[in-house]
Ligand binder design. Structure first.
Ligand SMILES: Cc1cc2nc3c(=O)[nH]c(=O)nc-3n(C[C@H](O)[C@H](O)[C@H](O)COP(=O)(O)OP(=O)(O)OC[C@H]3O[C@@H](n4cnc5c(N)ncnc54)[C@H](O)[C@@H]3O)c2cc1C
Length: 278
């Protein structure tokens, strides 16, 4: 839709020009990435959009240490990435891209950073980066840069670790996490619906299991085990990690159903990853 209150759209080129905009970022300003959310509803409080598209950040780079994904990397670019064969968890990339139920037109412009910054429970890039121990790089107006684990970046729906004027520069995923065996489960209330529950499990070389719950909860939740838990212990640990008011409640699913699906998926994932280990 047209955003009728906008008086200026700026497209700074390169880091120095972006840093200059950060220095004068104020009320009425917003960073513009793919615009798939910004242009999807009225934004009467906004006067200026500062487009990150010309930042010039390489969308994806991989080396032996891990994977760097720029905030401006689109869902389509991420989906095209071909991971090294040793990165057993890399099937999660395509699965999380597909959890973003939108047309190719949205995939071609929506960005990984925009998805994290929206901080919606159903954010599939949040699912991917939290499950794989991603580290978010945040740039500040004073030229500062700080790193925040993806698990701590999202605080709740539309709430995150960004201070006014800060930019999410990108997410780094360590190769050690990408090398783990991983399992994925997701459900929505309708075949083309938004995610109601998404659980990813990874198995560590020492036999530990990490389960990361998104979609079903107001923010991402990690439940870690040093062994393959039995059903009773698994359910008890999930209930401790996710108190009743942390289950998300909206049109895409009631809390009781989301909890039920997470319990089911967690049990399936532990069984699947244990089988792989045997
Ligand atoms: C058909 C359709 C389906 C969708 N499905 C989903 C879905 O399944 N799950 C979901 O979570 N969302 C969904 N969305 C919402 C939205 O499109 C996505 O969250 C998308 O990833 C947002 O990315 P964007 O690049 O378009 O962000 P934009 O719309 O450009 O920006 C979103 C917000 O993030 C801020 N922002 C963007 N990048 C940065 C940055 N690098 N640093 C600081 N702030 C930044 C912007 O200022 C703005 O407030 C859907 C939207 C549509 C239209």
């Amino acid at each position: 839709m047209d955003l009728t209150s906008i008086e200026a759209v700026e497209r700074p080129e390169g880091d120095a020009a972006i840093a200059a905009r950060m220095g004068c970022f104020g009320d009425g300003d917003a960073w513009l990435a793919g615009g798939t959310w910004l242009f999807s509803e009225p934004q009467p409080q906004l006067r200026r959009l500062i487009d990150l598209a010309a930042a010039g950040w390489p969308p994806i780079s991989a080396d032996a240490e891990g994977l760097s994904i720029a905030a401006t990397c689109t869902i389509a670019e991420l989906d095209r990435f071909e991971a090294p064969g040793t990165w057993q968890a890399s099937h999660l990339i395509g699965k999380c891209c597909r959890a973003f139920l939108a047309s190719f037109k949205i995939w071609n412009v929506a960005t990984v950073g925009g998805n994290l910054c929206m901080s919606l429970p159903a954010g599939p890039m949040i699912s991917l980066t939290t499950a794989l121990d991603g580290l978010c790089e945040i740039l500040g107006p004073s030229g500062s840069s700080r790193k925040v684990p993806a698990l701590d970046f999202v605080h709740g729906p539309l709430e995150n670790a960004l201070e006014p004027g800060e930019i999410l520069r990108g997410v780094y995923i360590p190769a050690a996490s990408l090398m783990r065996p991983a399992a994925f489960r997701r459900i929505s209330l309708s075949p083309m619906g938004r995610t109601g529950a998404l659980v990813i499990g990874t198995r560590a070389p020492d036999g530990g299991f990490d389960l990361t719950v998104t979609g079903a909860t107001r923010r991402p939740v990690r439940v870690a085990f040093s062994y393959a838990p039995g059903l009773t212990a698994l359910r008890a640990m999930i209930d401790v990690a996710i108190p009743p008011d942390l289950w998300h409640d909206d049109i895409h699913g009631r809390p009781e159903w989301r909890r039920h699906m997470v319990m089911q998926f967690a049990a399936e994932i532990v069984a699947e990853l244990s089988e792989g280990a045997a």
